[in-house]
Design a protein. Sequence first.
Length: 201
Amino acid sequence: MTVEAVVFDVGRVLYQWQLRHLFAKIVADEARLEKLLGEVVTEEWHFEHDRGRPLAAMVPERIALYPDFEAEIHAYATRFNETIPGPVPGSLALVERLDEAGVPLFAITNFGAEFWAGFRPTAPIFDRFRDIVVSGEEKLAKPDPAIFALAERRFGLPASAMLFIDDNRANADAAAARGWHVHHFTGAEGLEADLADRGLI
């Protein structure tokens, strides 16, 4: 079936994301920074917020485990936008080209609800999207097939009519298993070629 709509992931597809980008500003000691990122404020722990756990539960629990890192854990909760240094080069231009070509745009993102509320207003590119499924709001996260089923209902299109773009292979594979067209994102240049091959831009 022909692709009728394009569905983007957000982190590392449209916008860069790196916890180190925040913490390198506030932790001068390299050994402390590596312990912080490797053990305390990890991507695995952060994923709990993506799945729907509130910061009000996560932060005190983490501080109790790592009291010496209280300031850094608070910074994670209050300065999250600083973990997003900017757009992925070339990606937002592709969103604009798709939109201008009349292709319906959607997104499915693993993003904590509280962090999304703080980030979304800074990113007007999302005004071009018809709907965005946010994992933290739904308490469902990729690669759980249920989030793709939810997206199909929300977007009003069958899996076979949508192209899903994600940098995480497991997420792309989960969408493919439901019958979505998929693109495993490694950079805007490769995505541009794929979109052109599909006649979308």
